[in-house]
Design a protein around this ligand. Sequence first.
Ligand code: ADP
Ligand code: ADP
Length: 233
Amino acid sequence: MGRVEFRDVEFRYSDASDDSTATLDGVSFVAEPGAHVALVGPSGAGKSTVLSLASRLYEATGGAVLFAGSDVRQVKQHSIIDHVGIVSQETYLFHASIADNLRYAKPDATDEELIEACRAASIHHVIETFEQGYDTIVGERGYRLSGGEKQRIAIARVLLKDPPVLLLDEATSALDTVSERIVQEALDAAANGRTTITIAHRLSTVIGADVIHVVDHGHIVESGSHATLLAEG
Ligand code: ADP
Ligand code: ADP
């Protein structure tokens, strides 16, 4: 389930006029199992749309998106939900305890699994600093979690499902530099061994990517490593 392929994908939003250009046109790339693929490019280029197609929020209007060689249109939606973890700028935590937020992803998770996911997301020691630990209510007065702390809880929640594919949509862009670094470390740990597709606003945040695709006006206009793209300017 870890291999993701875009094969000559075209996409038009349903509200787009017939004569307008497609939002994505001829987009092809492969993320091999465990590989880390990054998408960079200007705002409006189509990067988020690529992730929406990879998570099957939308279906391609041309070409195909394949998971482990199968067209996603043939893969059951719940299977996609089980196999794809999404971390975005918005954390979507509930006004509930940290434990309930985490168990939302996996209701039958054991304490050990919970702790392991928190350790992997570097949230364990954060929780220990709160008097009530896992019972701390997210958003409750007196127990304010910082943006970086919330993001790490969101990452731990995703890791509980142990998804083979991770989609990261500018997950650190709302954070200050210090939180950004801590969350980036948690994301790097989460991405280890998983197929990862990352949207980045800066080339510097995707130094570790196996390949970077530059997206512009719905096309992949350039692909390469961080070093080759920098060299080409
Ligand atoms: P990026 O992530 O690179 O900033 P997006 O994928 O968000 O780009 O957007 C690509 C294009 O699709 C933009 O022109 C944007 O306005 C348009 N677009 C994005 N979402 C929608 C939508 N839900 N309906 C119609 N057009 C959209
Ligand atoms: P980060 O630097 O991780 O993005 P934030 O900017 O969200 O953190 O929060 C910085 C500090 O402000 C944290 O200590 C957090 O507890 C506190 N804080 C966050 N949101 C609020 C809020 N709505 N009201 C009061 N304090 C807050």
